[in-house]
Write a protein that binds this ligand. Structure first.
Ligand code: ATP
Ligand code: MG
Length: 288
């Protein structure tokens, strides 16, 4: 049981970010607990990526305070965030296509022994983080030979090198098939079961409902709602994303035939996640 006097893992207080005249975040307050998955949802341009970038140390807020484990901190850079136990994967993460999986995992963080690149240590560490995720990806494969889903796995594995407490994922399932998404969602669950917290931005509500403990809705730079996933519904979240205020508009949303397909998609995702978990493929390949 969580002790009620324990501060949250991360707390944002009154965070404001401006780009010129655009107020991307307006006085955002948010807490992330230990061992929880928080999904950030909202329309295009709502401020989701900006929020992730502030926590990741990529953007400095114009105003506001950040508390990590109860202590006020500034997160001046991604590198510093990494040292503080906060790792991130942004939208459109780039890889070096001509390098193999292990080299991409360690890009910019190479392990050196007396000034010489230590490939053996990197390969074995790469194998162990991929194994944590139960992934059968071979560390010696060229990145160019991997599917989009496998690349996302490598991007997530890369965050684990420094054993982070908090992992930030911006649209981790965008452009993935249902099978590939389910695999990534299974990894997210695994990270939580290891005691880590995950904040993920996601457009796909069935994915959000399949994996998150809480859902945070952002609209035009404001946090307009924070819900426990088991206590809310697709209708409520969609209405909040769209900023629906009248009963009539809400009913229109609730009658939308899209919900049936969302419910079906959710069932498929749940089944695929359980299959991915029970068939964990974390064996070492002889071809490594
Ligand atoms: N570097 C920047 N310079 C200027 N304006 C920016 C910058 N980054 C974001 N914005 C603006 O800030 C607002 C929030 O953008 P943000 O990228 O956080 O939205 P988002 O919720 O992630 O959207 P999407 O779903 O499209 O990824 C938008 O109006 C966007 O145009
Ligand atoms: Mg974004």
């Amino acid at each position: 049981m969580r002790n009620s006097s324990t501060p949250p893992l991360l707390r944002l207080e009154d965070i404001c970010v401006k780009f010129g005249f655009v107020e991307a975040l307006k006085s955002v307050n948010l807490s992330i607990q230990r061992q929880e998955v928080v999904a950030i949802v909202g329309d295009n341009g709502a401020g989701k990526s900006t929020l992730i970038k502030v926590i990741a140390g990529f953007l400095q807020p114009g105003f506001g305070h950040i508390y990590l484990n109860g202590e006020q901190v500034t997160i001046p850079s991604i590198r510093e965030a990494d040292r503080m136990g906060i790792a991130s994967v942004f939208q459109g993460q780039e890889f070096c296509d001509n390098l193999d999986v292990a080299s991409n995992l360690f890009l910019g963080k190479e392990i050196n022994q007396i000034g010489i690149r230590d490939d053996d240590s990197m390969n074995s560490r790469a194998r162990s983080v991929l194994k944590t995720l139960s992934s059968a990806i071979r560390v010696g494969s060229p990145i160019a030979s991997l599917s989009v889903g496998q690349r996302q796995t490598v991007a997530i594995a890369r965050t684990l090198l420094n054993d982070p407490q908090l992992i930030l994922l911006d649209e981790p399932t965008a452009a993935l098939s249902v099978m590939q998404s389910a695999e990534v969602l299974a990894y997210i669950k695994r990270l939580r079961s290891e005691g880590r917290s995950v904040v993920m931005v996601c457009h796909d509500l069935p994915d959000v409902f399949a994996v998150s403990d809480r859902i945070v809705v952002i609209r035009q730079g404001h946090v307009t709602g924070v819900h426990r996933t088991v206590e809310t519904s697709y209708e409520e979240i969609i209405a909040e994303i769209a900023g629906v205020t009248t009963e009539h508009e809400y009913e229109e949303i609730a009658e939308n035939p899209k919900f049936d397909s969302m419910v079906r998609q959710r069932k498929l995702i749940d089944r695929t996640i359980s299959a991915a978990v029970s068939h964990g493929t974390g064996h070492d390949s002889p071809l490594d």
